[in-house]
Design a protein around this ligand. Structure first.
Ligand code: CS2
Length: 474
C-alpha cells in the first residue's frame, strides 16, 4: 500500500525528484488563483514555486475552483503538494511543487473566496477558467447578461456565481476595507483576455456601485497576456504513473512538455519578478496572442475535429500521418498572412517548433479534450482570420474545412458511425438547430444562425456559405 503525498511523506520521495527546499510555512498568501485545473498546476504555479525557491516568499497561491470540488479533494489531503512531470523524447523531469497553500471549492464556500481576494496579504489574482468561464458572447466579447450566473451576480454579490462576480465582490470588499487595489491577470486563450475580463468585472461592479466600477477601472490593472504550455488533463494513468515513480499516491499529478511561454503586458504596481524565469513583459501582447491563438490553437482545433471524426485519438498520432502534417501546413499557409508581425517573432521558426511540440509522444494529448467547447474556441481561433481573408477576396479552403468539420462534429457521430456526446455549453443549442435539418445544405442554413459563433456579417456572406456548403456535401 502506498501512502499519500504530503508534507510528512515528502522525505520518502525518491532522489532525483525535485522538491521545495524553502520553508512553506513562511510562504505568504500573495496570489489568489481562480480555476485550479491542470494548466495552472503546470504553468503558473511552478513559476511561483521557483520564485519561492530563490527566496521571494511573497507569491504563495490560494487556489479556487468555481464548480468542481475535485481539485480541493485531491490537493487538501496533500497540503497542496503535487508532482509535475515534464517530458518529451529526451527529457523526463520530475518535481514536487509547493506553491499552492490552500484550495477553496467556491461552490461550497463562496464567502471564503471573496475573503481571500479581500485579504491584505493578497497582491495578485490570476485566472484560468477556460473560455466558457468568462460568460461572454464568444463573437462580440460582451458579457452574456442572459446567463443565469451573470444575472445572479448582477442582482447580488453576497454569494457570487461567476468568476467575474467573485472578482467584483472581492474587490468591493478590498475597497471598503481601505486595502490596496490588485492586478487581475487573465491566463486564458481569449483574444484581449485582460480587456474583456476588465469589462466583465466592471460591468458587474457597476450594477452595484458606480464608484466601485470607477475605482476598479482606475486602479486595478487587467493586463492582456498570452500563455502557452500543452497540458493534458490529469488521467488515471498519470496517477498510476506518479504512484509507480514516487511510491506515493498523488491525485493531482500533472504532465506537460518542456516548452512554456508567458507574455504579459506591462502593468503598474507590485508584481512577481517572473522575467527571472523567462516570462516576457511587453507593451503589446497582440502579435504573440494572435500567432498563438491562430497557429497553435487553430491547428489544435483542426486536428480535434478532422482527426476526431476520422477516429484518431491524440495530437501526436494525427501529426505522425503525412496527410496530417500536410494539412496543418496548408492551414498555416492561410493563417500566417493574417498575423501582424513582431520583430520578436519569427513565424517560420514558430511553426517548425509547433510541429515538434505536436509530435511529442510523451504527452498523449487527447483530441477529445481539445474538441470540447468548440463553440467558444472557433470564434477566437478561426472565424476572425477567415473573415479577414474573405475581405481580401481570398478563399481560405483549409480554414473552411475545419469549420465544416466542427459543424459535422455537432452531429455527435464519427465517420465510422460511432456516436459520442458533444461536450460544449452550446451543444444543446446546436443539437436543436441541426435536429430538423435533412441534408448538409439545411444543416448549414440552421447552424449559421448561431450568432455566438457566426456573427451576422460572416453568416450572411455568400462566398462563405458556398464554400462551406461544398465542403459539407463532400
Ligand atoms: C488546446 C489548448 O484544449 C485546447 O483547446 O488548444 O489547451 C492548448 O493546449 C494550450 O492553449 C497550449 O498552450
Amino acid at each position: 500500500m502506498s501512502g499519500r503525498l504530503s508534507e510528512a511523506s515528502l522525505r520518502d520521495v525518491p532522489r532525483g525528484v525535485g522538491r521545495p527546499a524553502y520553508d512553506r510555512a513562511q510562504l505568504k498568501r500573495g496570489v489568489v488563483h481562480i480555476g485550479l485545473g491542470a494548466f495552472h498546476r503546470a504553468h503558473q504555479a511552478p513559476l511561483f514555486d521557483r520564485l519561492a525557491e530563490e527566496g521571494d516568499l511573497r507569491w504563495g497561491v490560494i487556489g479556487a475552483s468555481l464548480r468542481s470540488t475535485g481539485a480541493r479533494d485531491a490537493l487538501i489531503p496533500q497540503q497542496g503538494l503535487y508532482s509535475l512531470f515534464v517530458e518529451d523524447q529526451e527529457r523526463h523531469e520530475r518535481s514536487i511543487i509547493g506553491s499552492i497553500l490552500d484550495v477553496i471549492a467556491a461552490r461550497e464556500e463562496p464567502r471564503r473566496l471573496v475573503e481571500a481576494i479581500a485579504d491584505p496579504e493578497t497582491r495578485l489574482a490570476t485566472v484560468t477558467v477556460t473560455e466558457k468561464g468568462y460568460r461572454i458572447d464568444p463573437a462580440s466579447g460582451e458579457l452574456d447578461e442572459e446567463d443565469v450566473g451573470v444575472r445572479a451576480d448582477l442582482a447580488s454579490l453576497e454569494e457570487p456565481s461567476t468568476m467575474a462576480g467573485y472578482l467584483a465582490s472581492g474587490l468591493k470588499l478590498r475597497r471598503e476595507r481601505g486595502l490596496s487595489p490588485i492586478a487581475i491577470l487573465s491566463c486564458d486563450n481569449i483574444s484581449k483576455n485582460g480587456t474583456k475580463l476588465r469589462e466583465a468585472v466592471t460591468r458587474i461592479a457597476r450594477a452595484h456601485d458606480t464608484d466601485l466600477a470607477l475605482w476598479i477601472e482606475d486602479n486595478c490593472p487587467f493586463p492582456n497576456s498570452m500563455v502557452d504550455r500543452i497540458v493534458p488533463a490529469t488521467s488515471r494513468e498519470d496517477i498510476e504513473r506518479a504512484r509507480a515513480e514516487l511510491g506515493l499516491i498523488d491525485q493531482a499529478s500533472v504532465r506537460t512538455e518542456p516548452f512554456s511561454q508567458w507574455v504579459i503586458e506591462h502593468f503598474e504596481g507590485e508584481r512577481p519578478e517572473l522575467e527571472r524565469h523567462g516570462v516576457q513583459f511587453t507593451s503589446d501582447v497582440a502579435p504573440f496572442e494572435e500567432a498563438k491563438l491562430r497557429l497553435l490553437n487553430g491547428a489544435h482545433s483542426a486536428m480535434a475535429y478532422l482527426g476526431g471524426l476520422a477516429g484518431i485519438d491524440t495530437v501526436d498520432a494525427f501529426i505522425s500521418k503525412d496527410w496530417g502534417v500536410k494539412f496543418v501546413r496548408r492551414l498555416w499557409s492561410e493563417l500566417a498572412p493574417t498575423l501582424r508581425g513582431s520583430a520578436d517573432l519569427d513565424l517560420g521558426d514558430y511553426q517548425q517548433m509547433l510541429l515538434q511540440r505536436f509530435a511529442n509522444p510523451a504527452l498523449g494529448h487527447r483530441l477529445d479534450q481539445i474538441a470540447a467547447d468548440g463553440s467558444q474556441k472557433i470564434p477566437q481561433r478561426l472565424v476572425p482570420p477567415f473573415e479577414m481573408l474573405l475581405e481580401r477576396n481570398e478563399e481560405p479552403r483549409a480554414i473552411a474545412l475545419v469549420i465544416a468539420a466542427w459543424i459535422r462534429w455537432q452531429l455527435g457521430r464519427r465517420d465510422s458511425g460511432e456516436m459520442f456526446k458533444v461536450d460544449d455549453p452550446l451543444g444543446p443549442a446546436t443539437a436543436k438547430l441541426l435536429k430538423g435539418a435533412s441534408d448538409p445544405k439545411d444543416q448549414l442554413r440552421s447552424i449559421l444562425t448561431l450568432r455566438p459563433v457566426f456573427p451576422e456579417r460572416i453568416a450572411s456572406d455568400r462566398r462563405f456559405q458556398d464554400l462551406l456548403a461544398g465542403l459539407l456535401k463532400s
